[in-house]
Design a protein around this ligand. Structure first.
Ligand SMILES: C[S@@+](CC[C@H](N)C(=O)[O-])C[C@H]1O[C@@H](n2cnc3c(N)ncnc32)[C@H](O)[C@@H]1O
Length: 202
């Protein structure tokens, strides 16, 4: 799902990358896309050099390790089996050390997304990139339906919320020198708004 949009978005990843909430590692394959990994001068500044993968769910670890092994010729992946908050608290990841932070359909599930977004910004180096693709609450009457079913959705979807305003939350943060957030055109039969964004830290 959203393959084309993810391919284009994650082609912007460079350097040391943090993948927040990796799941079983579907993001890794986008970071070895030839278009993003090569330039005419073979300039290493335009390549992903390493990935730190944060994923707390124990049931995803085996498949996540396999996904990491599949890209080991391109870059190293370090897997941390913790929440992002815990990894920060424990000093596993430090402020100002990442060139790129990625959230691929994750901010719908993370508790206290505003707090985590501020922490994500701090993890970036100045000039670093925050790349995200997320589903957000509808702008039509569907939002009432989404609100109504959200408790059940949250329960069966492992904490996933249908009613977050992630696009607005990110856009309203200070500390970006630019925030380019766009809505992804929807398939007619699915009323689930998706947005993606590239934000550059000041
Ligand atoms: C919908 S899945 C997306 C996984 C993957 N990024 C993908 O695109 O398939 C959300 C992921 O976020 C993880 N997650 C939930 N809370 C988290 C937290 N506080 N810190 C890091 N990851 C978290 C979940 O375990 C889950 O794997």
């Amino acid at each position: 799902m959203l393959y084309k949009q993810k391919k284009a978005l994650f082609a912007n990843a460079t350097g040391r990358v943090l993948d927040v909430g990796s799941g079983v590692g579907p993001t890794f394959k986008y970071l070895v896309d030839e278009a993003s990994q090569e330039d005419n001068n073979n300039n290493s500044a335009n390549r992903v050099t390493s990935v730190v993968s944060i994923e707390p769910n124990p049931f995803m670890q085996e498949e996540l390790k396999r996904a990491a092994a599949a890209v080991k010729d391109k870059y190293d992946v370090t897997i941390i089996q913790k929440t992002i908050g815990q990894a920060i608290k424990d000093g596993d990841i430090e402020n100002g050390t990442f060139d790129t932070v990625i959230c691929n359909l994750v901010l719908c599930s993370i508790p206290e997304p505003e707090k985590i977004l501020n922490e994500i910004q701090q993890l970036l180096k100045p000039g670093g990139k925050f790349l995200f693709i997320e589903h957000v609450v509808s702008k039509t009457g569907w939002s009432a339906f989404q609100s109504a079913i959200n408790p059940l959705w949250n329960y069966i979807g492992d904490g996933c919320s249908l009613i977050r305003h992630t696009d607005e939350t990110v856009a309203n943060m200070s500390g970006w020198s630019s925030a380019n957030i766009t809505e992804i055109p929807r398939k007619k039969y699915i009323e689930l708004r998706h947005v993606n964004g590239i934000c550059i830290k000041e």
